[in-house]
Write a protein that binds this ligand. Structure first.
Ligand code: ADP
Ligand code: MG
Length: 234
């Protein structure tokens, strides 16, 4: 039997959802804003117009995804190359990293297996993690993204920054909704990451040292695991 939600609980859930939507839409909006500002200084490159268009499309699909969450339907997983996915995300966050004096380096092992995923959701995860890494380095620095396979049936993506780090006793708090140490933070980014990675049967681990930096590890099963080849239903 279903437990009936109190009206106040329902309203609280609604509020969380609304805040979530706002958060997820802010990433592509920031990127669009950056490119449009760039367009003021000269004729826009076609490549950048395409990025703006795909960011607008993302906002459209994010709104769609939240509607999907509100009304359960099938989510289709497809086989994707993580390298291409990460390159796209790095391109999307490029303006923001340049503005913040941050350089992003990528290192991909050869012969990486494909992963079974919902592409936009995974992009969201890497965008949120890169955004946090940039925000952790107010005076700039480097971000290293390393991707390798692990034990044949797993792929591991490490995102390391040289930022302020996280106090040891706070690491377990991360991922709770609305936990933020930032003035304009929402505390919804990591929660979203945990949820998405969980729905991909993966793992998210946080390693951090105060004043040295943080490494976030995302471990995903590859398509060698047959369970993930079929459609998943929320
Ligand atoms: P927000 O970024 O809006 O604060 P998040 O859920 O993305 O929300 O992150 C929650 C908190 O986790 C941040 O406010 C910050 O304190 C901490 N955090 C996350 N990523 C990092 C990082 N790479 N370096 C340092 N602190 C981090
Ligand atoms: Mg964040």
């Amino acid at each position: 039997t279903e437990r009936l939600l109190q009206k106040s609980e329902k309203l609280a859930l609604l509020g969380q959802m609304a805040a979530g939507i706002a958060h997820e839409i802010r990433n592509p909006l920031t990127s669009i804003k950056g490119f449009v500002q760039l367009f003021k200084s000269g004729p826009p490159k076609e490549e950048y117009i395409d990025i703006v268009l795909s960011e607008l499309e993302r906002i459209n699909s994010i709104v769609g995804e939240f509607l999907v969450l509100a009304k359960p339907t099938a989510v289709v997983f497809a086989e994707k190359d993580v390298r291409a996915l990460i390159r796209d995300v790095v391109t999307l966050i490029n303006t923001q990293s340049i503005l913040n004096n941050v350089q992003i380096f990528t290192e991909f092992n050869s012969d990486l297996p494909m992963v079974s995923c919902e592409e936009n959701q995974l992009k969201q995860v890497f965008l949120n993690l890169l955004k946090n890494a940039i925000e952790a380095m107010p005076r700039g620095g480097n971000i290293d993204i390393k991707v390798k396979s692990k034990e044949e049936d797993k792929i591991i993506i490490q995102i390391s920054d040289q930022g302020i780090g996280i106090p040891k006793d706070r690491i377990s708090t991360l991922g709770e909704p609305f936990y933020t140490t930032k003035e304009k933070g929402t505390g919804l980014g990591l929660m979203t990451c945990y949820k998405i990675i969980e729905s991909h049967y993966g793992e998210l681990r946080i390693h951090s040292k105060e004043n040295e930096g943080t490494t976030i590890e995302v471990i995903l099963p590859t398509i060698t695991q047959p369970l993930l080849k079929r459609e998943l239903v929320y």
